[in-house]
Design a protein around this ligand. Structure first.
Ligand SMILES: Nc1nc2c(ncn2[C@@H]2O[C@H](COP(=O)(O)OP(=O)(O)O)[C@@H](O)[C@H]2O)c(=O)[nH]1
Ligand SMILES: [Mg+2]
Ligand SMILES: [Zn+2]
Length: 296
């Protein structure tokens, strides 16, 4: 019984790459159960298939997933490359911080990739961004697809891992991937100058094998970024720069807001956590509480 990995899903068909490298078009035999919930096969799933007498492929078993993303629907991803443009559109910290929370929640390794560095003249801003996120422990890379520069650094981080690219439309994800994998020729979109946003050009979820091992998914990545279902107490653990301090607060379950003896607020005062990161934490906390109020 051949086993392989689903690398693409389209209109009820799953494309499974076997160990031999052959790709078989399959359908799923019903639904599968993991941890008591029913589930459909996902791109990224390791599966066992059967080829019937008519030559049709059937998925009959899906192996346990290490990770499971919902939007994009993809299994077994190890790493998120969070892509932010420095210009066109201008760098904004809030969407980055939001993506970080979601990637942390999925337990993914995280790399921050700052694109379009060719459009930045003064690198003060880049230094500040680096300072904030390297302090939090993240790998921060700068790239330009125009020069080009930094592309090899991204390629190195991708080696041997299954990565998903996350980031707003128009930041340069597909352009970057095209430079890493020139024979893929993914569709890219011109940024509309009027609205300053890119077109939605990337649609299907597909895992693309890398020349030096590993795979990437060219998808819009974490497209629904609500905090629905999250608990307020979970949030500070998803801010990597809060982690060294959050257990030193005077009160257990401290939400680092107005509580006395808060080690996180102390770290903000000492510039070990930036004001902006702390401010975004407070905003997200409020958002989570609002979600909860709506639920109960
Ligand atoms: N100046 C500059 N433009 C870039 C760079 N990377 C991408 N772009 C442009 O940004 C636009 C959106 O790129 P695309 O890869 O489609 O973004 P995606 O939506 O994130 O996949 C395109 O017009 C690209 O030519 C870069 O490094 N420098
Ligand atoms: Mg794209
Ligand atoms: Zn605290």
């Amino acid at each position: 019984m051949p086993s392989g990995q689903i690398v693409r899903a389209l209109s009820g068909f799953y494309y499974v790459t076997l160990e031999s490298g052959e790709v078989v078009e399959c359908k799923a035999r019903g639904v599968f159960k993991f941890e008591k919930k029913k589930t459909k096969p996902l791109v990224g799933d390791y599966v066992e298939i059967e080829i019937d007498q008519a030559g049709k492929g059937w998925i009959y078993q899906v192996k346990k997933r290490t990770t499971e993303l919902i939007r994009p629907a993809i299994a077994n991803v190890d790493q998120a490359i969070i892509v932010c443009a420095l210009r066109e559109p201008d760098f904004q910290q809030m969407p980055l911080d939001r993506l970080l929370v979601h990637a942390e929640r999925e337990n993914l390794r995280i790399v921050i990739c700052l694109t379009k560095s060719d459009l930045v003249e003064d690198d003060t801003e880049i230094r500040e961004i680096r300072h904030t996120y390297e302090q939090a422990g993240y790998v921060v890379l700068e790239t330009s697809s125009k020069r080009p520069s930094g592309i090899d650094l991204v390629a190195k981080e991708l080696q041997g891992r299954i990565s998903v690219f996350a980031g707003q439309s128009g930041v340069g994800k597909s352009t970057l991937l095209n430079q890493i994998m020139p024979d893929q020729d993914l569709e890219t979109g011109e940024v509309s100058r009027k609205i300053g946003r890119g077109k939605h050009t990337t649609r299907t979820v597909e895992l693309i094998p890398l020349p030096d091992g590993g795979q990437v998914a060219d998808t819009p990545g974490f497209s629904q970024l609500s905090f629905d279902g999250m608990e307020p107490e979970e949030l500070s653990d998803l801010f990597a720069d809060f982690r060294p301090y959050q257990h030193d607060c005077r009160f257990r379950g401290c939400l680092h807001r107005k509580e006395p003896g808060c080690a996180v607020k102390e770290a903000v005062k000492d510039s070990k956590i930036t004001q902006t990161r702390y401010h975004h934490y407070l905003l997200f906390l409020e958002e989570i509480e609002q979600w909860q109020q709506r639920r109960y």
